[in-house]
Design a protein around this ligand. Structure first.
Ligand code: AMP
Length: 179
């Protein structure tokens, strides 16, 4: 996914809508619903992430609730591997590992099922936006607690000015759009 086609970048960029002061004053929310609603664009994103997963020979794809689910599930389907949800506190019915974390606009707890992975399973973590990196770091921690190995991260968009990469050091991180 290194050098992206400028035409694809322009197409995707035009389909992410800035919503100022949502969900809090001072936050510019990156709304991906126009992109999801565009079949060609949605497919471009899923295909790019699937190529990455293929290169990394992943055993499963993790999606982070909730927008990460929308992107990760079709990637898992395309690869013919399992999809594993990392969810907000209290949503998973089985025994879980939990991790508190801070994100751009608040604090929360994420959980994963304790038996979600085979030991040593190679995992691609998918989410829509990399902002401060707290969510991604918590997801990596949870995958490891459950016995998996994160081989890489895939984000539709990175808010580069927040420096979130620093929280997931020494990790392949692929992003389709950077602002
Ligand atoms: P962070 O932990 O700060 O990297 O935040 C990343 C998580 O919060 C992702 O799951 C995003 O969906 C969401 N998020 C954070 N900031 C934004 C933003 N400006 N626009 C859209 N989603 C965001």
């Amino acid at each position: 996914m290194g050098g992206h086609d400028p035409a694809v970048t322009a197409l995707l960029t035009g389909l992410v809508r800035d919503v100022p002061d949502y969900p809090k004053p001072g936050i510019v929310f990156k709304d991906i619903t126009p992109l999801l609603g565009d079949g060609a664009a949605f497919r471009q994103v899923v295909d790019a992430f699937a190529e990455l997963g293929r290169d990394q020979r992943v055993d499963a794809v993790v999606g982070i609730e909730a927008r990460g689910f929308i992107l990760a599930a079709p990637v898992a389907y395309a690869l013919g591997v399992g999809f594993v949800p990392i969810r907000k506190e209290g949503k998973l019915p089985g025994l879980t590992h939990a991790r508190e974390y801070a994100l751009e606009y608040g604090e929360a707890v994420l959980e994963v099922h304790q038996d979600a992975f085979r030991p040593g399973a190679r995992i691609l973590v998918v989410d829509d936006v990399l902002a401060t990196g707290g969510t991604a770091a918590a997801a990596k921690h949870l995958v490891e607690m459950a016995g998996g190995v994160v081989t890489g991260f895939a984000f539709l968009m990175e808010l580069g000015f927040l420096g979130g990469r620093a929280l997931i050091p020494a990790m392949p991180i692929d992003v389709l759009l950077t602002v």
